[in-house]
Design a binder for this molecule. Structure first.
Ligand code: GDG
Length: 501
């Protein structure tokens, strides 16, 4: 990992995200008493940003969602983390149940999430959602401003994701001199989709984002969509489509493209560990013997991931190509997610029913077509599963980047696997070597799977080797370094122009 302490030398980094990097929970102690456990919630982004915070000693503001979070922080919600080294401050913000309903489950995940993924059939809007989104953004923004005022060095605020579409402008309104930037982890929709929000809400969201100095997206497509929305809804903004700079309220806002990645070495290490050599061997003996291929899918159960579309393609594959029976087994790791929202519960049911039906239809005495692991598994185990597989199916209907595709590539230490990848992922615009599919095109999808199953060993190796070489050159640390560098450059350019830092 690069040394991130060389960035932000004269700055205090204040991070804002919905998920916190450390969570305290009450657990049952050995003597039946209540003990407190601290853990880092799983997820690639948190685990990449945490070392940056440790190196730069900043402050991380996030929702205190753990059952023992309040107990483990001081009266202002502050504590030092990581527990062993106390390298930086975590400032927790606590939410009322009605905040969680309206802001998190409501506007963020029932309004914005489906719109940004162009899946308008799941779009749900209520005034209550929007009101809570505004009040919770204001609550977090106030806490960030408080931390800005306490900062020992010049503050840089970095906001993560769509939960905080309004925070940048609210923070700026406090009038403190600072640099604010934001990474938008999901796609950004075109104007025709954004305008499904009530009149004024779409505009307010864009004006909120224009509170930033720099807005980061995974791909140029999302950046262009954002600029298109600004052109449509913000008449007082001027867009330079050559440089991707917006001039607004006397300021310049840059829109940048920074495709996220993973900690490639960590995944390679996990996959190559002896325990995973043994696991991969066991999985292959069980599911990939006698020329049978093993396919894998790893998803949060989310309607953006195209799980029913994948099951439909598998059913047609085994129906119309009987030679594929006993020739291909699919292992589906499906992690329950956002089950408070009915669309997610319905999807879980549909998925489980679909797997049972397919298995009942095609199972033989010695072969089960789909093996479903319907729980959260450890990253270590995932690495073993990725390593064992001959192919990985990523069938997202829309996906900002899709880290599963990159994790699969990193874990393919034997370079045997084929990545079958939806062209509607950010990853498809970056990775060269996958078999691209369109999950809405059933025949094409089935053909893509068949092609992957039948691909020669030589072609598999060439493609996977190419993808691994590309991936090693673009890790999450390169992503982070590119963003930190660009913020430094913008600050320096401005200082040159105005004569002030
Ligand atoms: C958003 C954007 C963008 C899944 N099941 C388990 C598990 N996972 C891990 C995977 C992977 C992560 O969850 C999922 O990442 P994705 O990128 O596929 O998707 P989102 O969660 O929707 O993330 C996305 C990302 O932000 C980053 O910007 O790429 O487009 O939607 O890391 O491995 N991890 C463990 N057990 C599981 O059962 N440990």
């Amino acid at each position: 990992m690069p040394d991130f302490s060389r960035y932000l030398i004269d700055r205090t980094l204040i991070m804002l995200s919905n998920r916190e990097p450390y969570e305290h929970r009450f657990v049952e102690g050995v003597a039946g008493d209540r003990a407190i456990e601290v853990r880092q919630p799983p997820g690639g982004v948190v685990s990449a940003l945490d070392p940056t915070m440790q190196a730069t000693h900043g402050v991380w503001v996030a929702w205190g969602s753990g059952s023992a979070d309040q107990r483990s922080a001081d009266a202002e919600g502050r504590l030092r983390v990581p527990p062993q080294t106390s390298a930086y401050t975590l400032r927790r913000v606590f939410l009322e149940p009605a905040d969680v309903d309206g802001f998190y489950l409501g506007f963020a995940n029932s309004s914005l999430w489906p719109l940004c993924h162009l899946l308008v059939q799941h779009f749900e809007y209520r005034d209550e959602y929007w009101e809570r989104y505004q009040s919770v953004n204001a609550k977090f923004a106030n806490v960030v401003v408080d931390e800005v005022r306490r900062a020992e060095k010049k503050p840089i605020v970095w906001i993560q994701d769509y939960h905080f579409g309004l925070a940048a402008a609210m923070i700026r309104d406090a009038g403190e001199p600072l640099f604010v930037h934001q990474f938008w982890h999901i796609p950004f929709p075109p104007a025709d989709i954004l305008r499904l929000l009530p009149v004024g809400v779409d505009e307010a969201l864009l004006r909120g984002l224009l509170g930033n100095d720099l807005i980061e997206f995974h791909t140029e497509r999302y950046a262009l969509n954002f600029l298109g929305c600004v052109a449509e809804f913000i008449p007082d903004a001027e867009i330079d489509s050559e440089t991707f700079v917006v001039r607004y309220e006397g300021r310049e806002i840059e829109v940048g493209v920074f495709p996220i990645s993973i900690d490639v070495e960590r995944y390679e290490r996990l996959a190559a560990a002896p325990v995973n050599t043994a696991l991969a061997e066991r999985l292959r003996v069980r599911y990939a013997k006698n020329y049978c291929r093993l396919g894998v899918g790893v998803d949060r159960v989310d309607y953006t991931k195209g799980i029913p579309e994948r099951l439909r393609a598998l059913r047609v594959l085994w129906e119309q190509h009987p030679e594929m029976r006993e020739r291909f087994t699919f292992l589906l790791v499906a992690t329950p997610s956002r089950s408070e929202i009915s669309a997610y519960r319905d999807l879980e049911e549909e998925m489980v029913r679909g797997v049972l039906e397919i298995n009942a239809q095609f199972r033989t005495r010695t072969w089960t077509p789909i093996v479903l692991i319907h729980e959260n598994v450890s990253a270590e185990l995932l690495a073993g599963v990725y390593r064992a597989a001959d192919l990985c199916l990523v069938s997202s209907l829309q996906d900002g980047m899709n880290l599963v595709a990159k994790e699969f590539v990193a874990c393919q230490v034997e370079e045997r696997g084929v990545l079958v990848l939806s062209r509607f992922t950010g990853a498809a615009e970056e990775i060269d070597g996958a078999v691209l599919i369109n999950p809405f095109n059933l025949e094409g999808f089935v053909e893509g799977i068949r092609r992957a199953v039948n691909m020669s060993d030589g072609e598999r190796k060439v493609r996977m080797h190419r993808m691994r070489t590309q991936l090693r050159a673009r890790t999450i640390f390169d992503w982070l370094a590119a963003i930190l560098l660009r913020t430094e450059e913008i600050i320096a350019e401005r200082a040159r122009k105005t004569g002030a830092a």
